[in-house]
Design a protein around this ligand. Structure first.
Ligand code: UT7
Length: 332
């Protein structure tokens, strides 16, 4: 029997309308547009405003966009996997809530918590479901409402993050295209540098944890930066070596958008010129699990069938990884 590959056959996304610019941040905290631009590459980020709106609302928009573009009914979806660290609630899974809002009546769903690498983890798991031959249509969503867990008085974190959602559809093919290979890694000892202190079973929410601001992102930026630069570049290089690819064979690098300096280091290690690197951190900041599908969505019209694309990420956990995708379609 021919091997079944998992092809990405559609991309959808959603970003909120409200733009939190560096200029606005200058009025909120002790920072400057110049510091943020030179240290991170970010000009503005989108924020989901409005009562009663959570990650599932952005995920729903991305899934809707994807279903419309592919021209299929929600009933056809077998499974939805949602990568997020900002679920609507601790349980049930946000995938289930997106499924309900999108009318996915025949799909099972679950969440994956791998922070900034969440989309790559979910894409790898979703691809395995397709490759098994048992499932025909799997949606992978990467969504985060980082504004829900960011302290807007902490200048070291609030300038970095933004909100957004992206989704891809995976379908089987026997052509040599689709999600071809993946190297995923994690090291839990890195949790000390990037985590949320309270709200889990270790330290449940209390008036004390709220007063101590322990429900926000805690990050030791410089330490994370050092691990991220090495981790993302090493794993991308390893994936290229394993697949006998040189920089010339790669059409696009799709890096997690955490810091322009981390992106540049990864591209250098892969011997890729800037023109081959998808960068939209300037517009959206770090949307955690959504950065990679947001790039695919924005660059979709430029992608060609057969393009070798490397997706790469590093984030909380620590988690990191790289995935090789052979693009499956030309845009209409
Ligand atoms: O996606 C999840 C994984 N996360 C990442 O990959 C993030 C990795 N880390 C980073 O991207 C960077 O470490 C940051 C962007 C978070 C910070 O940049 P940095 O170049 O590492 O700055 P730093 O923390 O070393 O701080 C340098 C200085 C400090 O002042 P002093 O001590 O030198 O006087 C900070 O207090 O910059 C100060 N600073 C700021 N100044 C103006 C920190 N944040 C700001 C700010 N505006 N927003």
């Amino acid at each position: 029997m021919e091997k079944i590959n998992a092809a990405i056959t559609a991309v959808g996304a959603y970003v909120p309308e409200y733009r939190l610019t560096n200029k606005i941040l200058e009025t909120m905290i002790d920072t400057t547009d110049e510091w943020i631009k030179t240290r991170t590459g970010i000009d503005e980020r989108r924020i989901l405003k409005g009562e009663g709106l959570g990650s599932s609302d952005m995920g729903f928009e991305a899934v809707n966009d994807l279903l419309k573009k592919r021209g299929i009914s929600p009933d056809e979806i077998d499974c939805i996997i949602c990568a997020t660290v900002t679920p609507d609630m601790v349980f049930p899974a946000t995938a289930n809530i997106i499924g309900d809002k999108s009318g996915l009546k025949n799909a099972f769903g679950f969440d994956i918590s791998a922070a900034c690498s969440g989309f790559l983890y979910a894409l790898t798991v979703g691809s395995s479901l397709i490759e098994s031959g048992r499932y025909k249509k799997v949606i992978v969503v990467g969504v985060d409402k980082m504004s829900a867990i960011v302290d807007y008085t902490d200048r070291t974190t609030c300038v970095i993050f933004g909100d957004g959602a992206g989704a891809v559809l995976l379908e089987p093919t026997q052509d040599p295209i689709g999600v071809m290979d993946s190297i995923l890694k994690s090291d839990g000892s890195g949790r000390q540098f990037l985590h949320m202190k309270a709200g889990g079973s270790l330290k449940p929410a209390s008036t004390e944890t709220v007063a101590a601001k322990e429900h926000y992102v805690y990050q030791e930026g410089q330490s994370v930066f050092k691990f991220a630069v090495k981790g993302m570049a090493d794993v991308s290089y390893e994936l290229m070596q394993r697949n006998n690819l040189t920089g010339d064979d790669i059409s696009w690098l799709v890096p997690h958008q955490a810091n322009l300096r981390i992106i540049d280091a990864t591209a250098n290690r892969m011997s890729l010129p800037k023109e081959k690197v998808m960068i939209n951190i300037n517009k959206y900041g770090n949307t955690t699990a959504a950065t990679i599908p947001l790039c695919l969505w924005e660059w979709e019209s430029k992608l060609k069938k057969g393009d070798n694309i490397i997706l790469a990420a590093f984030g909380g956990g620590f988690t990191w990884g790289a995935t090789l995708v052979k693009w499956a379609y030309d845009s209409k």
